[in-house]
Write a protein that binds this ligand. Structure first.
Ligand code: ATP
Length: 200
C-alpha cells in the first residue's frame, strides 16, 4: 500500500461505521478489535499465554475464554490489566503488520481504538480521528450496549481526552449527524488518501 492511515476515536464514536464505508470505497481495512477477538477465540494464539497468566479458571468448561470473568478481573485490578495487555498488544501488532504487508489496495486503514494510549500511531503515515460530542457518544453506547451512563462515562474517562485526541489528528471526521451526513467528508477523505498514495 502507498499510505497507511490509522483510524481512531473514543468508544462508540463511529470508527467501525467510518471504516466499513471506506472499505466500500476501496480502502484496505484492518480492524484490531477483530484481530483481538480472533486471538482470544477457540484456538487463538493468545489463549495459552492468558491461561498461563490467569490460571485455568479463566477458561469455561468448553475450553473457551471466560470473557466476563476476565473483564471483571482487569476492570478492578490495574496490574492484571497491564499483564493482559502485555500479552495481547504484541500479538495484535504482529498480526496487524502481517495483514498490512499482504494488502494490495492503494491505501490501508488501521482501526486502532487506543491508538495514542498505546503509542501505535508510529505505524501510521496519517491519523484520522472520528469525533462526536460526549453526549452523543454516551447516548449511542448506552443504546447499543445497555451500559449505564456512569459506566460509559467511566470508560470515556479512561481514554485520552477528546481535545487531546483531536489535536493530534491529521484529519477529523465529525460523526455527530446521521450516517448520510458523513458521506461528503468520507468521499473527500477517500479522494485525498488515494491521491497521496499515488504520489508516494
Ligand atoms: P467501539 O469503540 O465500541 O468499537 P465504534 O467507534 O466502532 O465503537 P460504531 O460501532 O461505528 O463505533 O458506532 C457506535 C454505535 O453508534 C453503533 O451502534 C452505530 O450503529 C451507531 N452509530 C454510528 N454512527 C452513527 C450515526 N451517524 N448516527 C446514528 N448512529 C450511529
Amino acid at each position: 500500500v502507498g499510505l497507511v492511515v490509522a483510524l481512531t476515536g473514543g468508544i462508540g464514536s463511529g470508527k467501525t461505521t467510518v471504516a466499513d464505508r471506506l472499505a466500500e470505497l476501496g480502502a484496505g481495512v484492518i480492524d484490531t478489535d477483530e484481530i483481538s477477538r480472533a486471538l482470544t477465540a477457540h484456538d487463538g494464539a493468545a489463549l495459552e499465554p492468558i491461561t498461563a497468566a490467569f490460571g485455568p479458571d479463566i477458561r469455561l468448561a468448553d475450553g473457551t475464554l471466560d470473557r466476563a470473568r476476565l473483564r471483571r478481573i482487569v476492570f478492578s485490578d490495574p496490574t492484571a490489566r497491564a499483564r493482559l495487555e502485555s500479552i495481547l498488544h504484541p500479538l495484535i501488532e504482529a498480526a496487524m503488520l502481517e495483514r498490512l504487508a499482504a494488502l494490495e489496495t492503494d491505501y490501508a486503514v488501521l482501526v486502532i481504538p487506543l491508538l495514542f494510549e498505546t503509542g501505535q500511531d508510529r505505524h501510521a503515515d496519517r491519523v484520522l480521528v472520528v469525533d462526536v460530542p460526549e453526549a452523543v457518544q454516551i447516548a449511542r453506547v448506552m443504546q447499543r450496549s445497555g451500559l449505564s451512563e456512569s459506566e460509559v462515562r467511566r470508560i470515556i474517562d479512561s481514554q485520552i481526552p477528546r481535545r487531546e485526541r483531536n489535536t493530534r489528528a491529521d484529519d477529523l471526521i465529525d460523526n455527530s449527524g446521521t450516517c448520510v451526513d458523513l458521506e461528503p467528508r468520507l468521499q473527500e477523505l477517500h479522494a485525498i488518501y488515494t491521491r497521496i498514495a499515488a504520489r508516494r
